[in-house]
Design a protein around this ligand. Structure first.
Ligand code: PPS
Length: 203
């Protein structure tokens, strides 16, 4: 990590820390005061998003249905497939709670980041103990992108949306498969809500 002044905060992000077994111990050993921010979204949508991303790079992979189940008619979900496993949030959280108290972890709703980015960023700024600099007036909804974008990022005169790989159209999945995955995730989601004390309403 780079050196920082007392008045600065160092931030680092990767999509994979949360699900990396060794990450909690390593981060704890680096600094036990580290604040952790995790963006979570409906695990079924997350899995489809993950698959859509992989498919865009490797068009020859099997179907989503094929990868999701060990045995579809028995409803046996393949939890060894990373797109499925990552969404079992409560299991990953348990590894973090062995090192960090819940008060040091903020769970950001991926859904609210889209519907109310300023509100969600307000929580992030409060959690970090910094002034609420980012507010409603910094965001606008871009109809072409279909997502909120920044009106004018620091040092720029132009608005800024996230890149093409963020917010792309998802692969169409059989509604029955979606239902089966919803059923699969339900108990994990409920346990996750109970553990973090927050209901993300992913039903
Ligand atoms: N403002 C805005 N613009 C565009 N996209 C937005 C925005 N807010 C949230 N999202 C959602 O971010 C999802 C992509 O983020 P990832 O977590 O996959 O990125 S990362 O590569 O893992 O860092 C991406 O997921 P997909 O829609 O599945 O592509 C978006 O739904």
């Amino acid at each position: 990590m780079p050196r920082t002044l007392g008045s600065q905060i160092t931030m680092e992000k990767t999509p994979s820390y949360f699900v990396t077994k060794e990450a909690p111990r390593r981060i704890f050993n680096m600094s036990r005061d580290t604040k952790l921010i995790v963006v979570v979204r409906n695990p079924v949508t997350r899995a489809i998003s993950d698959y859509t991303q992989t498919l865009s790079k490797k068009p020859e992979i099997p179907t989503f249905e094929g990868l999701s189940f060990q045995n579809r008619s028995l409803g046996l979900v393949d939890t060894s497939w990373s797109a499925i496993r990552i969404g079992m949030y409560v299991l990953h959280l348990e590894s973090w709670l062995q090192y960090f108290p819940l008060s040091q972890i903020l769970f950001v709703s991926g859904e609210k980041m889209i519907t109310d980015p300023a509100g969600e960023m307000g929580k992030v700024q409060d959690f970090l103990g910094i002034k609420r600099v980012l507010t409603d007036k910094h965001f606008y909804f871009n109809k072409t992108k279909g997502f909120p974008c920044l009106k004018k990022p620091e040092g720029s005169t132009f608005p800024r949306c996230l890149g093409k790989s963020k917010g792309r159209t998802h692969v169409q999945i059989d509604p029955e498969v979606i239902e089966q995955l919803r059923d699969f995730y339900r108990p994990y989601n409920i346990k996750f809500y109970e553990t973090v004390g927050q209901d993300f309403r992913w039903e």
